[in-house]
Design a protein around this ligand. Structure first.
Ligand code: ATP
Length: 247
């Protein structure tokens, strides 16, 4: 569903993503993690066609992001880190506006809005201005906007950042529910979220893939290499991002 081959991205002379390759199959929920500046957002921006790759090939739902960006967008839902919403808009109007932008035929829009709102459990706030909602509800609205056109792939950039523990649990459950029928790539700095949401992680460091695989297998590898049989996700992160392991 997502295929990235030898992808490279440069900001001027600065190489932000350096020859990475990975593939996501249909129905996978994968966490993209890494320290600040590792290249996560750049990768997501290329997957969502906001940036064009400088090298390599990036395909989503079978479409090349450079050759066929419109097709990629049709098959893709994206919640950026900033979750840009107009505070004075009613939730219903915000969804209706995205439904129109997504070219959902007018006769199908009410149903599409209701389906997305039901899935994200926001039917009870449809007629409230967005600025009156909690951050957790605003994230739900952002996710509802991202899935309203029933995309096969969902990209979530830091979807749980800034939420309180209860809101994190709610958004996590929502992502797990959505992940039953979509391919989901989620970036997060909250390492506990990784094990709760994703079975597989891709860890970027300095623009390269430091490790990619099922969380349980990677934890086993780190456990063996460090002699810590109870190694957790924090140990894994430290192991693969600590400079000495690349020397
Ligand atoms: P964070 O976790 O802080 O969001 P990230 O893993 O998402 O980091 P990116 O934002 O993709 O990392 O940045 C990768 C590298 O590219 C960093 O060194 C960053 O400073 C650089 N970079 C990002 N955006 C730009 C830009 N617009 N111009 C120049 N350099 C940039």
């Amino acid at each position: 569903m997502i295929k990235v081959e030898h992808f490279t991205y440069d900001y001027g002379s600065h190489r932000a993503v350096d020859d990475i390759s990975f593939e996501l199959k249909s129905g996978e929920i994968v966490a993209l993690i890494g320290p600040n500046g590792a290249g996560k957002s750049t990768t997501m921006k290329v997957l969502t066609t906001l940036l064009r790759p400088c090298g390599g090939k990036v395909c989503v739902a079978g479409y090349d992001v450079t050759e066929n960006p419109m097709r990629v967008r049709e098959n893709m839902g994206y919640l950026p880190e900033t979750n840009p919403l107009y505070g004075d808009m009613l939730v219903y109007d915000a969804l209706a506006s995205v439904a129109a932008q997504r070219h959902i035929p007018a006769k199908n829009r009410a149903e599409a809005i209701e389906t997305a709102a039901r899935q994200c459990s926001i039917l009870n706030v449809m007629h409230r201005p967005i600025e009156t909602l909690s951050r957790g509800y605003r994230q739900r609205v952002g996710i509802a906007q991202a899935i309203i056109h029933k995309p096969a792939v969902l990209i979530l950039d830091e979807a749980t950042t800034g939420l309180d523990p209860n809101q994190i649990c709610e958004i996590r459950d929502l992502i797990l529910e959505i992940g039953r029928e979509k391919t989901v790539l989620i970036s997060t700095h909250i390492l506990q979220e990784v094990t709760a949401i994703a079975k597989r992680i891709i860890l970027l460091n300095h623009g390269k893939i430091a490790c990619d695989g099922p969380v349980s297998e990677l934890l086993g590898t780190v456990g063996k290499k460090t002699g810590n049989s109870s190694a957790g996700i924090e140990d894994l992160f430290a192991f693969y991002t600590h400079e000495q392991h690349f020397e």
